[in-house]
Write a protein that binds this ligand. Structure first.
Ligand SMILES: *Cc1c(COP(=O)(O)O)cnc(C)c1O
Length: 366
């Protein structure tokens, strides 16, 4: 079976380097906020193009901490997309702010600027842009839209590691970028981990306090913080895996480019390609089809696993049914949720695997 994730096929060298890194943390006797975290934070700031990276416990906390560090909370509205991991909206709720959902562009499944404009009101503080599936698109346009309305642009980069559009890295155009290093993400730990990146010195300093009980120096707590520290073990693993990230991302792009060029299936619509290959981290390769169940079954029969990202948009989740939204509705998000299907697109796929996936999709008779 060609799986959505390729952990079992990862290079032996990578596994051995992770075991060596874990072993050195065991022997260091330093397990929380130590040299491995500091080293990884420095390397991740450089890799993601930001001045600061603050390691936290997971991607959702990165967003919550960023929101709280900016003073976005009760009474403030944050506009975001219903077509995302639930954690995006949960972070806004956890910060005490009010999420408002705008619709997506059906061609890319990314937030629609026209719909966002309809959602802006007197209490809007920010747009939380999600680089869904790994794609950074029209970053300059989003920055201009937000600055025109005097609101902040924030970035959910949980799927967009190393995406760069027209020389601008995802996570560096907004006030902060929130990264997840959940194991299946393009850069993943062997457990939960995340980071907030920002060019803002004050924001980084506040985020560092918030992640550690709101502590400034030992036993001094000027803020009501949380416990959301990145631990040494995960930081050491991430440091190893970061050495492979650029090559793995290039492989994802090569696989996706073959799907873009070679999938020819009238029952399947491909998403609009990125403006340039570097603008897409190819975390997920998603197609749309009115025959999703049949296509998924046909692919499974051909030895190809598929998943759905995401079958239930945020506004249909029980805690969010009354959530504020675009007055014109969220029809494009609903249509996408009904028709989207993710094909295997990971760095461990062989050329033969890619052939198999393409042949299987093209052989489908809807
Ligand atoms: C994975 C993900 C998150 C949450 O990250 P965690 O590390 O699981 O908390 C948030 N937003 C998006 C778009 C994600 O894909």
């Amino acid at each position: 079976m060609i799986l959505i994730n390729g952990f079992a096929q990862e290079p032996r060298d990578l596994r051995d380097a992770m075991v060596a890194a874990a072993s050195s943390v065991v022997d260091s006797h330093h397990y929380i906020l130590g040299p491995a975290v500091e080293r990884f934070e420095g390397r991740w700031a450089a890799a993601s193009g930001a001045r600061h990276a603050v390691g936290v416990a997971n991607g959702m906390d990165a967003l919550e901490i960023g929101l709280r560090a900016l003073g976005i909370g009760p009474g403030d509205e944050v506009i975001t997309t219903p077509m995302t991991a639930f954690a995006t909206v949960l972070a806004v709720l956890r910060a005490g702010a009010t999420p408002v959902l705008a619709d997506i562009d059906p061609g890319t499944a990314l937030l629609s600027p026209a719909s966002v404009e309809r959602c802006i009101g007197p209490r809007t503080r920010a747009v939380l842009l999600v680089h869904l599936y790994g794609q950074a698109r029209d970053l300059a346009g989003w920055a201009a839209l937000c600055s025109r309305h005097g609101i902040d642009l924030l970035e959910d980069c949980a799927q967009s590691h190393l995406a760069v559009e027209h020389g601008v890295a995802a996570g560096t155009v907004g006030r902060f970028g929130g990264y997840s290093f959940y194991p299946t993400k393009n850069l993943g730990a062997l457990g939960d981990a995340g980071a907030l990146v920002t060019d803002d010195d004050d924001l980084a300093a506040t985020a560092r306090m918030l992640r550690n009980y709101g502590q400034s120096t030992r036993y001094e707590h000027p803020l009501v913080g949380l416990n959301s520290r990145l631990d040494e073990m995960q930081a050491a693993i991430l440091d190893v895996r970061l050495d492979w990230l650029a090559a793995f991302t290039e492989r994802r792009r090569a696989v996706a480019a073959r799907y873009d060029a070679e999938i020819m299936q009238p029952a399947v619509r491909l998403l609009v390609p990125p403006v340039e290959p570097s603008a897409h981290a190819r975390h997920l390769y998603v197609v749309c089809t009115e025959h999703r169940e049949d296509l998924a079954r046909h692919l499974a029969d051909s030895g190809v696993q598929t998943l759905i990202h995401y079958p239930v948009p945020v506004h249909h989740q029980p805690p969010c049914r009354d959530i504020a939204r675009d007055p014109e509705g969220l029809a494009a998000a609903d249509a996408h949720a009904r028709t989207c299907l993710s094909l295997p697109c990971h760095p461990q796929l062989s050329d033969d695997d890619v052939d198999t996936v393409i042949r299987a999709v093209n052989a489908f008779r809807g």
